[in-house]
Design a protein around this ligand. Structure first.
Ligand code: 1CP
Length: 372
């Protein structure tokens, strides 16, 4: 059954728009906070759901996806300023016709070994048909959130998805995927653009279903040299931002803010801010906040960037890191165009409770740690 899209007026009014204002570059009374992978394995209530459901079954069942998306929002009532729909970046390779298992990390039984294997992918991907379950989950979650916080939609960036599709899972050496780009550059670029087109459809569909901000995860960007990033990732990221914006306008959909998290690509911060077409750039912890501000010259908002392992250092380590982040990201001494987050996903043994307040007068953190 095709998903019935709600009209925007059907959704409850948003009570906390800090995230959306910060993403648009506005000055906010404090920095909004959300945490990458906030719905996931560090939460006992998530592990409880996982006991009786396979990972992708949760993604494909809107009631379950809604439930686990809401878990961190309930547990940390008032502390998180955004929710992110529970899904995975690897639903796009699935939609393109590849099998993906989760045991416990992602694995592809039949990865793309040589360019001829691309013929095994669906020629035309009907994103609505393949991923309509994500749209249902988004609509249902946005209703259930009752306007408490905005809902983030997302997808993996083409380069990062291409890595998984060729390596067949996470990789330490990136040898197979590097073989592709250096031996078959034209075939690689063609496949990357095919993936980018699916990303565009998927992101537009998520806005239609109710997503209020979109994030593109290029988690493997840092594996490319600056030159190769310019050839194999950047064009696809620009393709996505340009076409998503065009389609949203043409289909009379909200012009939601776009965030790009290109992990490890801090070498490209200045040029991404200038030309990639995203409102916010997510940062890992390898770049100093004040240096990042200097590089982007006020052209984009910033998100990040605490090393998730600082959470293991205890209250003092967390507090001093948060204070340095607040000071480094501050503009005119205040919180502006900054979304407080980690520099990558929270790990399974990460924090139980994080509260970050950041304003000119007072900075506080209140964090409880949980053992592994
Ligand atoms: O068994 C389980 O429960 C698996 C754990 C898990 C979870 C909770 C995976 C497997 N994916 C997810 C959910 C998920 N993944 C979300 C929604 C939850 C939230 O953010 O609150 C999101 C946004 C992702 C995105 C994702 N998946 C990325 C990009 C972000 C990042 O971490 O860099 C990537 C690279 C993936 C692939 C993936 N899926 C799962 C794992 C363990 C991985 C990474 C594996 C690897 O290191 O290669």
């Amino acid at each position: 059954m095709p998903h019935e899209y709600p009209s925007l007026n059907d959704f409850p009014p948003l009570k906390n728009d800090l995230l959306l204002r910060a993403a648009r570059g506005e000055k906010t009374e404090r920095a909004p906070v959300w945490i990458m992978r906030q719905a996931g394995r560090y939460l006992p209530e998530f592990r409880e759901v996982r006991k009786s459901h396979e990972f992708f079954d949760i993604c494909r069942t809107p009631d379950l996806a809604t439930e686990v998306t809401l878990q961190p929002i309930r547990r940390y009532t008032g502390l998180l300023d955004a929710s992110i729909i529970f899904s995975d970046i690897l639903v796009i390779p699935q939609a393109m016709g590849m099998e993906v298992l989760m045991n416990p990390g992602p694995s592809f039984p039949d990865p793309l070994n040589v360019p001829a294997d691309v013929d095994k992918l669906r020629k035309v991907v009907d994103v609505e048909k393949e991923l309509g379950y994500v749209y249902k989950a988004i609509t249902q979650t946005r209703m259930a959130l009752a306007g408490e916080v905005p809902l983030i939609g997302f997808c993996g960036a083409p380069w990062t998805l291409f890595v998984y599709m060729i390596e067949g899972g996470g990789s330490k050496t990136y040898q197979k995927v590097k073989t592709w780009i250096f031996k078959y550059p034209e075939e690689s670029k063609a496949l990357l653009l095919r993936i980018a087109d699916v990303c565009v459809d998927f992101l537009v569909g998520q806005v239609k279903a109710g997503a209020q901000l979109l994030q593109v995860f290029d988690s493997n960007a840092g594996e490319l040299s600056p030159h190769d990033f310019d050839h194999f990732s950047r064009p696809t990221l620009v393709h996505i931002s340009t076409n998503v914006r065009k389609r949203l306008a043409a289909e009379n959909l909200p012009s939601v803010p776009l965030t790009l998290f290109a992990k490890g690509a801090n070498y490209a911060l200045a040029s991404l801010a200038e030309t990639a077409g995203y409102d916010t750039l997510g940062l890992d912890w390898l770049v100093d906040p004040a240096e990042a501000r200097r590089l982007v010259k006020g052209k984009v908002a910033l998100q990040g960037n605490m090393d998730p392992n600082v959470l293991y250092g205890g209250r003092d380590a967390i507090e001093s890191t948060v204070k340095r982040m607040c000071a480094g990201f501050a503009v005119d001494g205040g919180s502006q165009a900054w979304i407080a987050n980690l520099g990558h996903g929270i790990t399974q043994g990460g924090m139980r409770r994080l509260e970050t307040g950041c304003c000119r007068r007072r900075i506080y953190t209140c964090v409880r740690l949980k053992g592994q």
